[in-house]
Write a protein of this length. Structure first.
Length: 198
């Protein structure tokens, strides 16, 4: 994280954040990425491991595959990757193998991040390629998106758990009919005037 933030970095990160929103809409953890070359968008990607049944389909890898295919080269030395969450080891090594010039990320990942959080693969001098890394660009926006996603996910899991418990309680009524909301209880039927009883 020794390099400086450049003027176009926030613009690119906004595109990555839009991609993260796409991931959320698809039911994936909202992480997005964009690959730029000389200020031009080359490729975008967002998390897809759940929907594609592919553990390697992180936002960075999706964008990287797309860029390599479009540019018809497995080496992308003039490219820069912008991603909303600090890369994991798999993504970091793929980016270094592709010879990326710069990697810019938003939020840190204290559990799997390898650009300084858990360890720093990019700073390892034994590796044969050295990519510039910058963290913290629009970190608050990315962190907020992730927090909202996981809060919604926890609420959804709780609602599903409560619904299962309610169904189990109904089954435990030992064969008694469960009165639905739109059916009047017997006590209410007895209190209606005779002409409404039919």
């Amino acid at each position: 994280m020794s390099a400086l933030i450049l003027p176009g970095d926030e613009f690119a990160m906004k595109i990555a954040l839009d991609q993260a929103q796409n991931a959320w809409l698809a039911g994936e953890v909202p992480v997005g990425a964009v690959i730029m070359r000389q200020g031009q968008v080359i490729a975008t990607g967002y998390n897809r491991p759940i929907t594609t049944h592919d553990p390697t389909a992180h936002a960075e890898i999706v964008a990287l595959r797309h860029a390599a295919s479009l540019l018809e080269n497995y080496r992308l030395p003039e490219c820069e990757l912008f991603v909303t969450l600090e890369p994991c080891a798999m993504c970091a090594m793929a980016l270094m193998h592709a010879r990326f010039k710069r990697v810019v990320f938003a939020a840190t990942d204290p559990k799997t991040g390898v650009a300084g959080s858990v360890l720093d693969l990019f700073a390892n001098r034994q590796l044969n390629h050295h990519t510039q890394v910058i963290g913290g660009v629009m970190a608050e926006a990315s962190s907020q998106l992730l927090k909202e996603f996981f809060a919604e996910r926890r609420a959804q899991i709780k609602a599903e758990r409560d619904a299962r418990r309610a169904m189990a309680s109904r089954r435990d009524l030992r064969g008694l009919d469960v009165i639905e909301d739109d059916v009047l209880p017997i006590a209410d039927v007895q209190e209606l005037p005779p002409d409404e009883l039919g």
